[in-house]
Design a binder for this molecule. Structure first.
Ligand code: ATP
Ligand code: MG
Ligand code: FE
Length: 340
């Protein structure tokens, strides 16, 4: 029988119906981008209220799409960590309520493990064991994954996440929110060598990343010190494209280098990559070239499963196979997940 998966960790409200053998029967994602755009970032309180409004229609749409009734479900799964507290609460409370009403078991999903599981959804063969790279709005982390549910944290960012840096650069260039997709689009027309931005921690052993210095370097290349309001800065389209291309090249270089290092040091022939930034075409291309050059198998999450969605919640099937269910007093674990 199918399961229902819910996702509300940040600013996407999503639900999916997945069959016991992993087929997507129905799904729905409601984004909140337009709500947060005028603030230049996700406002937690606004996000939580929007989730409350959307969660039931989104669940309804996914179930209707699938032609499945609540009574026909096997389990209700929900991402309970990590994320914004108010956002997580809406999904978890909805899941618990439906679990009680429909008398179904509850399954808790780790959102970052789910981002990586999106790669398994795209592959006919098992992608685990592997090295996993999560590059998203809140995280930049490398894991050694022995299974979808057994992940050893190797290292990650000590400050900004890669996606956050993309968004901040987008904001400095007045490209709207979220800036990642816009920066990536403009970068395609720019010169990646126009600015020599830093590749922080590239030569340092281990798997730590840092993007805040890069962000600052971009900031000073756009406007002189003292300028606080970037809406007054006038750059030509080409100048903006050059900043985007050079910034993107710096991010891509460190992400690829550390991922390759992890694959080699762990003598692991497989790399999987998930999270919103995995949608970046330059990163996808550079990872592909590295996989050919260093001869490892690469699976990047499909474009439609990079940013937040509930389809990747199919990882709940792995938990069900292990008999790992959550109790009805399931609570959220908010904040960022660094170091584990
Ligand atoms: P987390 O998963 O860490 O909790 P999140 O769920 O908010 O954070 P995702 O939805 O996985 O993050 O990804 C959103 C991020 O991906 C944003 O920062 C966005 O700018 C970035 N992003 C999306 N598309 C692209 C792209 N083409 N190039 C670069 N960044 C992108
Ligand atoms: Mg989002
Ligand atoms: Fe995410």
């Amino acid at each position: 029988m199918p399961i229902l998966t819910l996702e509300s960790t940040c600013d996407e409200t999503a639900a999916a119906v997945i069959s016991a053998d992993g087929q997507v029967l129905g799904q729905c994602v409601a984004t909140q981008e337009t709500l947060h755009e005028r603030f230049g970032g996700v406002v937690p309180e606004v996000a939580a209220r929007a989730h409350v409004e959307r969660i039931l229609p989104v669940i309804d749409t996914a179930l209707t799409d699938a032609g499945v009734r609540g009574a026909e479900l096997d389990a209700i799964a929900v991402a309970d960590r990590p994320g914004l507290a108010g956002s997580l609460l809406v999904g978890v409370v909805a899941a618990k309520t439906l679990a009680v009403a429909w008398k179904k078991p509850l399954v808790a999903i780790n959102h970052l493990h789910a981002h990586l599981y999106a790669c398994q959804m795209a592959s006919d063969v098992p992608v685990y064991p592997c090295i996993g790279l999560v590059v998203s709005g809140g995280h930049t982390s490398l894991y050694h994954c022995t299974s979808p549910l057994d992940l050893d944290y190797l290292g990650g960012t000590i400050d900004d996440a890669a996606g956050e840096a993309f968004d901040k650069v987008g904001a400095m260039l007045n490209l709207g929110f979220p800036g990642g997709p816009q920066v990536s689009r403009l970068a395609a027309q720019g010169n990646p060598k126009a600015h020599a931005y830093p590749r922080s921690m590239l030569k340092e052993p281990g798997y730590r990343f840092s993007f805040s210095g890069l962000k600052t370097a971009v900031r000073y290349s756009i406007a002189p010190p003292g300028v606080k309001d970037f809406s007054d800065i006038e750059l030509s389209d080409q100048a903006k494209a050059d900043v985007c291309a050079s910034f993107q090249a710096a991010v891509v270089e460190v992400l690829v280098a550390k991922s390759v290092r992890a694959v080699k040091e762990h003598r692991c022939g497989h790399l999987i990559v998930g999270g919103g930034v995995a949608a970046n075409p330059a990163l996808r291309e550079a990872l592909q070239s590295a996989a050919e050059k260093h001869r490892f198998d690469l699976v990047i999450a499909p474009m439609n499963l990079c940013t937040d969605n509930a389809v990747m919640g199919a990882i709940a099937l792995e938990k069900i196979r292990r008999g790992e269910f959550a109790s009805l007093d399931l609570d959220i674990t908010a904040g960022l997940q660094r170091g584990f």
